[in-house]
Design a protein around this ligand. Structure first.
Ligand SMILES: NC(=O)c1ccc[n+]([C@@H]2O[C@H](COP(=O)([O-])OP(=O)(O)OC[C@H]3O[C@@H](n4cnc5c(N)ncnc54)[C@H](O)[C@@H]3O)[C@@H](O)[C@H]2O)c1
Length: 271
């Protein structure tokens, strides 16, 4: 059911790789809610071509941009405003990648070049997008920016290695830039800290399947799906959440404030 929450709003949605991507679901919901937007992803991700189906379905154009490259981001904001006919009302940052995780390197033995790459792709990219938009004055008054995070920014998860540190930086950029952009023209900036979700990025983490089940057993409502995450993002892009900014918002079925659940404890049952 749609509520026209984003009627007349213009957006940029990054990170839709395939139909499992959180960004893919956000694009589908934003379209249902009346928004117009452009889709963007790294040029290398375009090769798989799946994003074309999403563009067709949502009547949107695709602008390739490597989120580590300021020229690409400048082009993204310039072209988006031309295509959509005005300033941008909402931006989804749904970008994450760790070579250390891909290569399965344990936290005490991280490769620092990979570490830097992960920081650049997954955290600096948010700063770069905000900085470009700020200097171009590309986001409209009371615009909304959402980036996706994970609770490893607050608590230790051994398998999440460098991404834990990177998400902590991402959340800090959200607060720091949220202040400056809020003062400039009421632009609000938040992170949504999402449950484990079966996507390309999620499945790339060693032992993800077991951990997904653990988190599901620990959450009173169960793991939050990509679709429900998308719905939450839509509310944050809408005018109904205008005074929410500089927050890390848990979207996790209650996981973050549950100490123990009977389901998880029963797994240790001694018969
Ligand atoms: N899947 C989970 O369990 C989970 C949980 C919490 C938060 N998140 C976060 O959600 C976000 C989206 O991930 P997802 O789970 O939908 O997986 P996904 O693999 O579908 O999306 C990650 C996206 O990042 C893009 N990307 C990588 N390098 C890029 C670059 N240089 N420039 C531009 N784009 C680039 C990829 O092409 C891909 O589209 C990430 O920030 C991730 O950390 C995921």
């Amino acid at each position: 059911m749609a509520y026209n929450l984003l009627k007349g709003k213009r957006g940029i949605i990054t990170g839709a790789l395939d139909e499992n991507s959180i960004a893919w679901k956000v694009a589908e919901k934003a379209h249902e809610e009346g928004a117009i937007f452009v889709l963007s992803n790294a040029p290398i991700a375009m090769r798989m071509g799946e994003i074309n189906a999403l563009a067709k379905k949502t009547n949107s154009q695709i602008i390739p941009a490597d989120a580590t490259n300021v020229d690409d981001i400048t082009n993204l904001f310039t072209q988006s405003q031309e295509i959509l006919g005005g300033k941008i009302d909402f931006v989804l940052h749904s970008i994450g990648m760790s070579v250390n995780i891909r290569k399965n390197l344990p936290y005490p033995e991280l490769d620092y070049e990979y570490y830097q790459k992960g920081i650049d792709v997954s955290a600096f990219s948010l700063h770069k997008m905000l900085s470009v938009a700020y200097q171009m004055d590309a986001i409209s008054d009371w615009g909304s920016v959402v980036a996706l995070s994970y609770i490893a920014a607050q608590r230790t998860y051994p398998f999440y290695t460098d991404m834990a540190d990177i998400k902590a930086l991402l959340e800090s950029i959200t607060r720091s830039f949220g202040y400056h952009y809020g003062k400039k023209n009421h632009t609000r900036i938040n992170t949504v800290s999402q449950s484990p979700t079966k996507t390309t990025a999620g499945n790339g983490i060693k032992g993800f399947g077991e951990f997904y089940d653990f988190a599901d057993a620990m959450s009173p409502l169960g793991n939050a799906s990509a679709e429900s995450c998308a719905e939450y993002c839509i509310t944050l892009f809408s005018d109904l959440t205008k005074m929410v900014t500089m927050q890390n918002l848990f979207h996790d079925g209650g996981y973050s404030t549950t100490g123990a659940s009977t389901e998880a404890i029963e797994k240790f049952g001694r018969g």
